[in-house]
Design a protein around this ligand. Structure first.
Ligand SMILES: [Zn+2]
Length: 258
């Protein structure tokens, strides 16, 4: 079994609709958090126990996908110290995590000198589309998305053959299509309705129409649009993506499950 629950899907910051990027994978035996955007810890704790969490996978170290890592790390070591769980990050981000730890580490508390490093077993993901990682019995690979920092598209495959893929933040590129190849669910960013070349191909984002084109190229079975710049774009974005994809399209509304 592999089910996706949307905790938060906003680009940039939480809104009244919910947190910034954070998703839960429900496995046979626990929960895996994909992205730790602001609001993710609160959204998680309002529904689940911390002991149910089996691991965290972060697609890239922009704040709307990772800012709550520090909140998770604080909670992981105080008031009680919880068993360490794996934390997967794109390769090349060790320095940024060390800097984050240096800012918020507490020298007078032994378990919180380097909160993230001390709370989680960190694994760097090479983004090569080949290296197979495992979290709570689910295998996954990471692919080189095109974005302004190392960004990892993800492909999770459950033991019974279910595939859930995430684009991460990305411009249109072949590795992301490969990550989503014939996926049962493809969670794809759709930051804009329209955007200039620099935003799309320089910095690296997609319009909703491009998300539909990417899903069509990957022959994904169901496209879930996420990371809209504004919730006001949800309906029009879905129409744009449907026109380009030709398959079923949903919007990653917080609280929805697939
Ligand atoms: Zn980003």
């Amino acid at each position: 079994m592999l089910e996706l629950e949307i905790l938060g899907s906003n680009a940039t910051a939480p809104t009244k609709e919910g947190p910034a990027s954070c998703y839960l994978l429900h496995t046979e035996t626990g929960l895996v958090l994909v992205d730790a955007g602001p609001g993710s810890l609160l959204a998680y704790c309002s529904r689940y126990e911390l002991e149910q969490l089996r691991g965290i996978v972060v697609t890239h170290m922009h704040a709307d996908h990772s800012l709550d890592l520090m909140a998770w790390a604080y909670r992981w070591t105080f008031p009680e110290v919880l068993p360490r769980v794996p934390l997967f990050l794109p390769e090349g981000e060790a320095e940024r995590v060390a800097a984050f730890d240096a800012v918020f580490g507490i020298p007078t508390l032994p378990t919180m000198n380097q909160p993230i490093t001390q709370s989680f077993d960190i694994t760097a993901m090479p983004r090569d589309g080949r290296t197979v990682h495992e979290v709570d019995g689910v295998a996954f690979r990471s692919y080189a998305a095109h974005h302004s920092v190392p960004s990892a598209a993800l492909r999770f495959e459950s033991p019974d053959g279910r595939v859930v893929a995430f684009s991460s933040d990305t411009g249109y590129c072949a590795p992301v299509a490969e990550a989503a190849r014939e996926a049962d669910l493809f969670v794809c960013e759709a930051t804009y309705l329209e955007a200039d070349e620099r935003s799309l191909h320089g910095h690296g984002h997609l319009t909703a129409r491009m998300a539909g084109e990417l899903a069509a190229e990957a022959r994904a079975r169901h496209l879930v649009l996420t990371h809209f710049a504004s919730p006001a774009d949800w309906d029009e974005g879905r129409r744009h993506a449907e026109g380009a994809f030709g398959g079923s399209v949903s919007v990653a509304v917080p609280g929805s499950r697939f």
